[in-house]
Write a protein that binds this ligand. Structure first.
Ligand SMILES: C[S@@+](CC[C@H](N)C(=O)[O-])C[C@H]1O[C@@H](n2cnc3c(N)ncnc32)[C@H](O)[C@@H]1O
Length: 447
């Protein structure tokens, strides 16, 4: 942005000229925008005015911001970001995730972690690292499964969570005791909170993956990458431009998308990336520099210290271009309306993740494969049958069944959600004999 601002200031006399001179409003092609009036209530406007003000001030002072900067502010601004101050999950929230829908999901992920860890020779001490744990449900179920196998004394849990509110919620759920790190100790320890589960498992919280100690780790990211900011670029007449967010002066507290009239620094970075094929890019593309950095760290650590990565999210393999959207009360919502009141998200580009991870032959990767295939190959139906047999009532059995259907039906979450795994490159031969569970159809046909 700084380069863009410099160019812009050299060419314009005052900022108000800039609005009309440099940026033109553009129509977004794919969003199924609901009627704005449907969602606007006085209370919700007041609650989100402070974030709107922050954004407006920022834009008035220095010009339109990237979609990534907008998304970052809206989701994680320390004072009023969407994730920072409240529980947004579940039926009463804005969206519901797989671990919240059925225990079978996390149980099968836990069994996968165990089996792949054992395949690596059960190296210890094991760190389980979860990025963006939400309510902590996935980690809670994993602790339960590891305890069942008598492994509670063999690992520690490391949670990368930016939201102080959610970290407290997670601690309440996972720990019998926990405490925030004292201010005076923050320079000497990397974690901002520490706790212990009832079975004695040590649990730590960090703001960044870099802060987690380097050691053999299983990295889990469920619906984490879709929350990371994306830049949006668009090609018009063979010219690439970045899409930015500006104040819409025609309406109160409103924002609009505009197109930059120069190549922004982030657009240059994107166009110079070795893995993009400029000739086959769709007209709109999204690029998450934060995803690139996180995957790079994860793959680097897996190569250096050993480990396994499992990324689960909704996404595509590079063919989609404009997926930035908002959810409020389980419905699509205008992402520029009442910033902070709705979840902002973008589909994960698994082709990008794969290219970054596989750079310099650090790791080998499997997937993305569909969630329904993974859960089915991991024995989901057998687990469902066992749980239904033990259900306390026919209603409980029905709810187990409908939860599992929700996760696996292709028209629900079965196809949209994908599983993607990374292992150290040195295990390539070993994994060709003992393939990663869940990623291959192991029903061998014997003639
Ligand atoms: C969509 S929620 C997913 C929650 C959980 N994994 C689940 O599936 O229920 C995203 C989670 O990532 C956290 N988060 C978002 N951006 C983050 C960031 N930059 N660094 C660390 N955590 C972040 C949020 O606070 C939240 O816990």
């Amino acid at each position: 942005m700084q380069g863009l601002q410099r160019i812009v200031f050299q060419n314009t006399k005052c900022l108000s000229d800039l609005r009309h001179y440099c940026y033109k409003p553009i129509k977004r092609p794919t969003l199924n925008r609901p009627d704005k009036s449907e969602f606007v209530t006085k209370a919700s406007i007041e609650k989100n005015v402070s974030l709107s003000k922050v954004l407006k001030t920022r834009i008035s002072a220095a010009g339109p911001i990237s979609v990534a900067e907008y998304m970052k502010h809206v989701l994680t601004n320390p004072n009023s970001g969407y994730y920072m101050l409240k529980d947004v999950f579940g039926e009463k929230g804005d969206f519901i995730t797989s671990p919240e829908i059925s225990q079978i999901f996390a149980e099968l992920v836990a069994i996968w972690c165990l089996s792949e860890w054992q395949k690596c020779g059960s190296p210890g001490p094991l760190q389980i690292v979860e990025l963006g744990p939400g309510r902590g449900t996935l980690s809670q179920d994993i602790l339960r499964v590891f305890a069942k196998f008598g492994l509670s004394n063999q690992f520690s849990l490391h949670l990368v969570e930016i939201s102080p509110y959610l970290s407290e919620l997670q601690a309440k759920r996972l720990c019998c005791q926990s405490a925030e790190t004292k201010k005076e100790d923050l320079d000497s320890v990397p974690y901002y909170r520490k706790g212990e589960s009832v079975s004695g498992i040590k649990i730590y919280w960090y703001r960044e993956l870099e802060q987690v100690p380097k050691s053999f780790s299983i990295y889990l990211a469920h619906e984490f990458f879709d929350a990371l900011p994306v830049h949006q670029f668009q090609r018009n007449d063979d010219k690439w431009r970045e899409i930015l967010v500006d104040v819409d002066k025609t309406k109160e507290n409103s924002f609009q998308f505009v197109s930059s009239n120069v190549v922004t620094p982030m657009l240059s970075v994107f166009l110079s990336r070795p893995w993009i094929d400029k000739n086959s890019l769709p007209r709109h593309v999204e690029y998450s520099a934060d995803t690139e950095r996180t995957v790079d760290i994860m793959a680097g650590r897996i190569e250096e210290c050993g480990g396994i990565g499992l990324i689960i999210d909704y996404g595509h393999s590079g063919e989609k271009g404009d997926t930035f959207r908002a959810f409020k009360n389980h419905k699509l919502h205008d992402p520029l309306l009442e910033p902070g009141s709705a979840d902002l998200t973008a589909d994960v580009n698994f082709a990008h993740i794969k290219s970054v991870a596989e750079q310099n032959e650090r790791v080998i990767t499997f997937g993305p494969i569909e969630q329904s295939d993974f859960l089915h190959r991991m024995g989901g139906e057998a687990r469902l049958a066992t749980l239904m047999e033990k259900a306390a009532s026919p209603e409980d059995a029905d709810s187990l069944k409908s939860g599992y259907n929700m996760l696996t039906e292709p028209t629900k979450m079965g196809s949209r959600f994908k599983f993607f795994a990374m292992f150290p490159k040195v295990l390539e031969n070993h994994l060709s004999k003992f393939p990663a569970n869940g990623f291959f159809d192991t029903n061998l046909k014997i003639n």
